[in-house]
Design a protein around this ligand. Structure first.
Ligand code: ZN
Length: 231
């Protein structure tokens, strides 16, 4: 493997994500989309996911009802969390022809028990946190390439820049310099992808900010991997 960036997008913004298929293709980028409420998707939303998958992206699991894994398993039990939230989510994905290899924690809420249990169902889990200080100095966002196969959970940085000169974009570029030098992988997570002027959920990355990162990665020979492409 070469050093790489794992860009991930959560929830159900597939009608906007779908529009960026040509942009990802332009930079040979594969990314991962984590979907919740799979059983309630419309035909249009399912078709968007099929197009994204056919373009080489991974479709991961984000729970059936977007439940807080730590809270739900502590309030009831880990078994009930799995049977209410995970098994039916995987089942409804399978029914539609999707076979997720990865899972993203809603609200990034987890504990050791949920990690251990979920790793029986998924090869990798994604958690994360908002950036405090600098991405490049936050060790938990980075993993050595040679360690990724034995690391079940990868923690990412919340990444919602609003322009290509956003401070977060400069931070991500420094982090890309680091993975290139150290032979590492970096995980970033976002939600919607759209322009400032468009309506949508609160958490989004603008299209120009996304392109700036894809371009910078390409110039620096950083591969954009989907979770399905990890060992
Ligand atoms: Zn979510």
């Amino acid at each position: 493997m070469t050093p790489g960036l794992l860009l991930t997008f959560d929830d159900r913004n597939m009608l906007h994500w779908e529009k960026q298929i040509p942009l990802f293709e332009k930079y040979d980028a594969h990314v991962t989309f984590f979907i919740d409420h799979f059983d309630e998707l419309t035909t249009e939303q399912l078709e968007a996911l099929q197009k994204l998958r056919n373009a080489g992206h991974a479709i991961g699991c984000h729970g059936l009802k977007h439940r807080n894994a730590a809270e739900y398993s502590e309030e009831y039990s880990i078994e009930k969390y799995i049977s209410d939230e995970i098994a039916p989510a995987i089942e409804s994905m399978n029914k539609m022809g999707f076979f997720p290899t990865s899972f993203a924690y809603p609200y990034s809420k987890r504990n050791e028990k949920t990690d251990n249990e979920l790793l029986k169902y998924f090869r990798h889990l994604r958690c994360g946190s908002p950036v405090k200080g600098e991405i490049v100095k936050t060790e938990r966002y980075f993993v050595k390439i040679e360690d990724v196969h034995k690391k079940g959970r990868l923690d990412g940085a919340s990444f919602h820049p609003k322009s290509k000169i956003d401070e977060l974009v400069s931070q991500a570029k420094k982090a890309i310099d680091r993975i290139s030098k150290n032979g590492e992988l970096l995980v970033l997570y976002a939600h919607d992808i759209r322009n400032e002027s468009e309506d949508g959920p609160k958490h989004f990355i603008t299209i120009d900010a996304l392109e700036e990162i894809l371009l910078y990665s390409k110039i620096n020979h950083i591969k954009l991997y989907s979770f399905d492409e990890l060992p």
